[in-house]
Every structure is written in structure tokens, then in C-alpha cells.
Design a protein around this ligand. Structure first.
Ligand SMILES: Cc1cc2nc3c(=O)[nH]c(=O)nc-3n(C[C@H](O)[C@H](O)[C@H](O)COP(=O)(O)OP(=O)(O)OC[C@H]3O[C@@H](n4cnc5c(N)ncnc54)[C@H](O)[C@@H]3O)c2cc1C
Ligand SMILES: *[C@@H]1O[C@H](CO)[C@@H](O)[C@H](O)[C@H]1NC(C)=O
Ligand SMILES: *[C@@H]1O[C@H](CO)[C@@H](O)[C@H](O)[C@H]1NC(C)=O
Ligand SMILES: *[C@@H]1O[C@H](CO)[C@@H](O)[C@H](O)[C@H]1NC(C)=O
Ligand SMILES: *[C@@H]1O[C@H](CO)[C@@H](O)[C@H](O)[C@H]1NC(C)=O
Ligand SMILES: *[C@@H]1O[C@H](CO)[C@@H](O)[C@H](O)[C@H]1NC(C)=O
Ligand SMILES: *[C@@H]1O[C@H](CO)[C@@H](O)[C@H](O)[C@H]1NC(C)=O
Ligand SMILES: *[C@@H]1O[C@H](CO)[C@@H](O)[C@H](O)[C@H]1NC(C)=O
Ligand SMILES: *[C@@H]1O[C@H](CO)[C@@H](O)[C@H](O)[C@H]1NC(C)=O
Length: 529
């Protein structure tokens, strides 16, 4: 109906009906809230605090709490479905009670640690749901003597790194670089950063954990058994239970590391260098990671060769001079610093590490990200023709590509040791990103999808592998109610996990047969529900 044809009088009964329905919904919602609170206080050991941790939609703090850790502005719009209630537990019993009451009220739950999920799966659902936000569960306990740490899921990586560096400069944890990422989701999906060629993934360095299962029971490694303990270390969040905290093995780093960056444009032979990089980067010693970042700058395409070396600058210059002389790395391209400063040099004003404790990300944006694995070098002509073509399109102004070299420790860990299956045989990972702070991004989603399609011949096949922590709802059929069949789920399941997907399904079927923990791409249960 065109707006000009809209007749107020004839629509009055309709409007009135809508109004009635709306007020009924509001009442129903208020009632649900009341009943839910009542249920929570009955099922928690500490009923006095319950009312202080539940936010309903008419609470004036509801929006700020909901938005606090949303990273992707695509899922922060008026049209984005919102939770009925937000629960911010202070201890495990609040989570247990929330699980119990969500079940008895027929509500779905979504669990959020750092809110960095690329598809917003931790805080968006199309069925009525309760959001459990773990922001208050973020204690960190570092034991330098034994080289271990206990960290709660709601902590951020920045908080974890800061607490480690407060106590020692020669221990670290091999996880992602973005400081506002949550420990809970990150470890659940693998988690890699600048140390992963040396020590593997974050999930590879987890030695114990506490999980609250669908029955509300708290399990540790011993009581959950090795199958579930295997599944939670990379099988992706939101499928098996709520991980309360993790015991981590910290890893040694030298007091001085070297960070470096060399920039080349297409005119400076960046294309030949990228091509050459493919043969070299994954075979370099574990102590170095050499990442490629490609983006459009002014009217050309610029490539940064950047990374970290676990040692002094002289040794690095010798190493790259021997193994990759074409790069022309010099001392001027390098900075010697500590591991933690090295991660964040240039990111904060005055490089003030206190900023690691700030959970509010600067410069939130809308974005779409896709990933690929490369097992054979890509012909130079692809970098000469296909890539410049995309960067020269309008979307290219908002896009960028990262190449993350594999090899090192990643080749040594068997593909079945954890659910993360992208190990030996992978030369590198491609990350395609498009995003920005302005509106009107929809037209650029198409850009990244076409780019990805054009790369099909050059990347892993049968399955075309992808990294589950780079969640991508373009892959396969996704039932937004979380009711996905095995056949549907195996489309993305095999891409994310290869044959480990089958073991994940059998663990899921054992620990959560009723499929209580679910989302668009959660691991399906084979039990008839
Ligand atoms: C800016 C940015 C930079 C990134 N950089 C890297 C990087 O360097 N390396 C890398 O590996 N990844 C990186 N990622 C991806 C990141 O690792 C994943 O998005 C990760 O899942 C985020 O964890 P989270 O706790 O912040 O996310 P959330 O959105 O809170 O959770 C992600 C998923 O895990 C579930 N979940 C959350 N907490 C729990 C819990 N306690 N128990 C069970 N399930 C849970 C959620 O329900 C959801 O399904 C980056 C993401 C962003 C936005
Ligand atoms: C909002 O919710 C919080 C947490 O439950 C509560 O402490 C606060 O009183 C509520 N505020 C209003 C205005 O309802
Ligand atoms: C409730 O249980 C938690 C453990 O889950 C405990 O830390 C807390 O002290 C208990 N509170 C009360 C009032 O018993
Ligand atoms: C680029 O490569 C060509 C051919 O190998 C060489 O002649 C030229 O000097 C290089 N240009 C730069 C800027 O390195
Ligand atoms: C891009 O343009 C800016 C401003 O003109 C200039 O400072 C910068 O050096 C240019 N970068 C490249 C890679 O050409
Ligand atoms: C945290 O970071 C945000 C975004 O950069 C900034 O606006 C805010 O002032 C910072 N808070 C503190 C306490 O530094
Ligand atoms: C945020 O954006 C501003 C302006 O574009 C930029 O100067 C700043 O470096 C960005 N901050 C981060 C942490 O990316
Ligand atoms: C998704 O699940 C819902 C609810 O069970 C079901 O009605 C619907 O048919 C499913 N959709 C698809 C595409 O499978
Ligand atoms: C899920 O979908 C299947 C068919 O796609 C249907 O048989 C089943 O009843 C659905 N379950 C729920 C809980 O909606």
C-alpha cells in the first residue's frame, strides 16, 4: 500500500487491534519477567541478589548493557531481535538458576563473554531468549611459580595479558591480539595470535575447565570426562554448556622480542613479494610470525609484511636476510620491546598498558568476515589480476585481506587432538574483511561474497575449510531457531571441523540430547527431541 492511499478512518479498527495486541504483549512480557524473577529466586542459593542482576526491556540500563560488548554494528540496529531479559550472574549458582528457569519458561538462552562473535550469535536470536552476560565473572588468578592461570570466561584477553604482565615479563599466553575479545568465546573456538606458530592455539593450552551443563551441574575435567573436555577446546561456543573458567598453561617468552613492519605498494613489486611469501612464511622457524596485510591506500594497493620475532633484532635481520632477502627488512623497520608491549605498540595513546583493562572497544564498526585455507601456492596471476580488480571496485575501499602463515607448532599437533582440524598441510589462512563506520554497508556484503567465490579454485576443497571463530552464516543452511538437522549442519560442520564434526555430534548427543544450548550453527544432537 502506498502511503498516500492510507486512510486513517478505515484503518482505525486495525490500529486499535494492534494497540491491544501490543499492550497484551507488554503485559505478557512483564508477567514473564515477574515469573522468571520468582523462579530465579527460588532456584538460587542467594535470592537477595537475584533482582539486582536481571535487566528487563523497560529497565533504563537495558540498552547500555546489551550494547556494551556488541562489536559488529550490523547486529545493533532497531530491527535486531533483542533478549527478553539480560542476566549478569555474579556466581555459578545464578547461571544454574537461569538455566533451570529458562527451561521451565520455554526460553532459549544465549551466552556472551566478550560479544565478538562475527554474526552476533551470542546476543541475537529470533525466538524469545534470555541473554546470560558473563561480564561480572572475570576473575584472573596467575600462578607464576607453576606457570598456570585460572581465568573466568567473562575476562577479556586484554585483562588476562595485563594480569600476566603485572607478575612477569617472561610468561605469556598464546591467544588473539584484540584486547576486548572474551576468553569464553575465544577459547571455545580455538583462538590464535602472534604466538601460535610457536605454541599452538589458546585451546591447545587449556589444561582444565569448569562447565555448567544443560542439567545445571558444574563439571571439571575429571567429572566431565575427556570427550567433553576435548569438545569444549575448539568445538565452538554455545553448543555444549557454559564454560565458567579455564585453567591455562602459560608459555615462556624472552624478555625482549622484536616487532617489525615493511610496507610495499603494487608499484614496489608487492605482488611478487606476496607470491614469494607463500613459499617461505610457513617454513620459517617457530620463533617468527610474518603476516601479510593488504588494503587499498590512496589510488594503489598497499601490502604490509608485519609480525613478531621472539628474539633480538640482529638475529631477526640475519634470519630474514637468509630466508627472505627480497623483503629487504632493515633495522629501521623493527622495534625491540617486551612481548606485551609488542602486541600493542602503536595502538594506545602513550602505549599505556592500562588500556588493556578497558572493555569498551574503540571505533566499533559494521563488518563481514570470511576465511579460507590455502594448501598450494596461489599463482602470481591471481595476485596480479583478481586481487587488484576487487580493490579497484568501490567495495575495495572498505575491504582488506590478511594472510596468516601456518606451519611450526601447528604442523606438529595432530588434527584430531582438539576439534580444530586445520593443522599440517595448511600453508596459510586468508581472512577477507569488509567493514567501516559509515552506514550503507549492505552493498559491500556482495563485494566480499563475490571475492570469496572467485577464490574457489585456489583454496582448500572438499571441504572448503573455514575457521569457526570467524563465524560465517553464509555457509550452508542456517535455521535461526537453532533447530538444524544433521544433514544441514554437516555442510558448515565439515568445513569448520572436518571429520572432527562427527565426534562433536556424538559428544553433543551425550551431554545435551535435548539440544538446549543452540544457535544458528550449534552442533546438532542426534537424539529425537
Ligand atoms: C575485532 C576482532 C578481532 C579478532 N581477532 C581474533 C584473533 O586475533 N584471533 C582469533 O582466533 N580470533 C579473533 N577474533 C574472533 C574471536 O576469537 C571470536 O569471535 C570469539 O568467539 C570471540 O569470543 P567472545 O567471548 O568475545 O565472543 P562471544 O560473542 O561472547 O561468544 C562467541 C560464541 O561463544 C559462545 N560463548 C561465549 N561465552 C561462552 C562460554 N563461557 N561458554 C560457552 N560458550 C560461550 C557464544 O554463545 C557465541 O556462540 C576476533 C574478533 C573480533 C571482533
Ligand atoms: C534495573 O535493573 C537493575 C538490575 O536488576 C536494578 O538494580 C535496577 O534497580 C533496575 N532499575 C530500574 C529503573 O528498574
Ligand atoms: C552460592 O554459591 C556460590 C557458588 O556457586 C558461592 O560462591 C556463594 O558464596 C553462595 N552464596 C551463598 C549465599 O550461599
Ligand atoms: C621490481 O622487480 C623488477 C623485476 O624483478 C625489478 O627490475 C625492479 O627493480 C623491482 N622494483 C622495485 C621497486 O623493487
Ligand atoms: C596516501 O596519501 C597521503 C596523503 O596524500 C600520503 O601522506 C601517503 O603517503 C600516501 N600513501 C601512499 C602509500 O601512497
Ligand atoms: C575506554 O575506551 C573507550 C573507547 O576508546 C573510551 O571512550 C573511554 O574513555 C575509555 N575509558 C577509560 C576509562 O579509559
Ligand atoms: C579510531 O579511529 C580514529 C579516527 O579514524 C583513529 O585516529 C584511531 O587511531 C582509531 N583507533 C583505533 C584504536 O583503531
Ligand atoms: C527451522 O526450525 C523451525 C522450528 O523447528 C521449523 O519450523 C522450520 O521448518 C525449520 N526451517 C528450516 C529451513 O529447516
Ligand atoms: C525441528 O525440525 C524438525 C524438521 O526439520 C522437526 O521434525 C522437529 O519437530 C523440530 N523440532 C523443534 C523442537 O522445533
Amino acid at each position: 500500500m502506498k502511503f498516500s492511499q492510507f486512510n486513517y478512518h478505515s484503518s482505525f479498527p486495525l490500529l486499535f487491534a494492534i494497540f491491544l495486541a501490543f499492550s497484551w504483549l507488554m503485559r505478557a512480557e512483564a508477567q514473564t519477567h515477574e515469573q522468571f524473577l520468582h523462579c530465579l529466586s527460588h532456584h538460587s542459593n542467594d535470592s537477595s541478589s537475584i533482582s539486582k542482576l536481571v535487566y528487563s526491556r523497560n529497565n533504563c540500563s537495558y540498552s547500555s548493557i546489551l550494547e556494551s560488548s556488541i562489536q559488529n554494528l550490523r547486529f545493533d540496529t532497531a530491527a535486531t531481535p533483542k533478549p527478553l531479559l539480560i542476566v549478569t550472574p555474579f556466581h555459578a549458582s545464578h547461571i544454574q538458576a537461569t538455566i533451570y528457569c529458562s527451561k521451565s519458561h520455554g526460553l532459549q538462552i544465549r551466552t556472551r563473554s566478550g560479544g565478538h562473535d562475527y554474526e552476533g550469535l551470542s546476543y541475537v536470536s529470533e525466538v524469545p531468549f534470555v541473554l546470560i552476560d558473563l561480564v561480572n565473572l572475570r576473575s584472573i588468578d596467575i600462578d607464576v611459580e607453576n606457570g598456570v592461570a585460572w581465568v573466568q570466561s567473562g575476562a577479556t584477553l586484554g585483562e588476562l595479558y595485563y594480569r600476566i604482565s603485572e607478575k612477569t615479563r617472561t610468561l605469556a599466553f598464546p591467544a588473539g591480539t584484540c584486547p576486548t575479545i572474551g576468553v569464553g568465546g575465544h577459547l571455545s573456538g580455538g583462538g590464535y595470535g602472534l604466538l601460535f606458530r610457536k605454541y599452538g592455539l589458546a585451546a591447545d593450552n587449556v589444561i582444565d575447565a569448569h562447565v555448567i551443563n544443560a542439567d545445571g551441574r558444574i563439571l571439571d575435567r575429571k567429572s566431565m570426562g575427556e570427550d567433553l573436555f576435548w569438545a569444549i577446546r575448539g568445538g565452538s561456543g554455545g553448543s555444549f554448556g557454559i564454560v565458567l573458567d579455564w585453567k591455562l598453561k602459560l608459555v615462556p617468552v624472552p624478555p625482549t622480542v622484536t616487532i617489525f613492519s615493511v610496507t610495499k605498494t603494487i608499484e614496489q613489486n608487492a605482488t611478487q613479494l606476496i607470491h614469494r611469501w607463500q613459499y617461505i612464511a610457513h617454513k620459517l622457524p617457530k620463533d617468527i610470525i610474518l603476516i601479510v596485510f593488504i588494503s587499498k591506500v590512496n589510488e594503489t594497493v598497499e601490502t604490509s609484511f608485519t609480525g613478531m620475532f621472539l628474539g633480538p633484532v640482529n638475529k631477526l635481520i640475519w634470519l630474514t636476510g637468509t630466508r627472505f632477502p627480497e623483503l629487504g627488512l632493515t633495522k629501521q623497520d623493527c622495534i625491540e620491546t617486551s612481548w606485551i608491549q609488542g602486541l600493542y605498540t602503536g595502538q594506545f595513546p602513550n602505549n599505556n598498558l592500562e588500556n588493556l583493562l578497558n572493555r569498551t572497544a574503540a571505533n566499533k564498526s559494521w563488518f563481514k568476515i570470511k576465511s579460507d585455507y590455502v594448501k598450494e601456492p596461489i599463482p602470481e596471476s591471481v595476485f596480479e589480476e583478481i586481487w587488484p580488480k576487487y580493490f579497484n571496485e568501490e567495495g575495495g575501499r572498505y575491504g582488506s585481506i590478511y594472510l596468516i602463515p601456518y606451519g611450526g607448532k601447528m604442523d606438529e599437533i595432530p588434527g584430531t587432538a582438539t576439534p580444530f582440524s586445520h593443522r599440517a598441510g595448511n600453508m596459510y589462512k586468508i581472512i577477507y574483511t569488509v567493514g567501516g563506520q559509515e552506514d550503507g554497508f549492505q552493498s559491500y556484503l556482495n563485494w566480499i561474497r563475490r571475492f570469496y567465490d572467485d577464490m574457489t579454485p585456489y583454496v582448500s576443497k572438499s571441504p572448503r575449510e573455514a575457521y569457526v571463530n570467524y563465524r560465517d552464516l553464509d555457509i550452508g543452511v542456517n535455521n535461526r531457531s537453532g533447530n538444524t538437522s544433521y544433514a544441514e549442519a554437516s555442510i558448515w560442520g565439515l568445513k569448520y571441523f572436518k571429520n572432527n564434526f562427527r565426534r562433536l555430534v556424538s559428544v553433543k548427543t551425550l551431554v545435551d540430547p535435548q539440544n538446549f544450548f543452540k544457535h544458528e550453527q550449534s552442533i546438532p544432537s542426534l537424539s529425537p527431541s
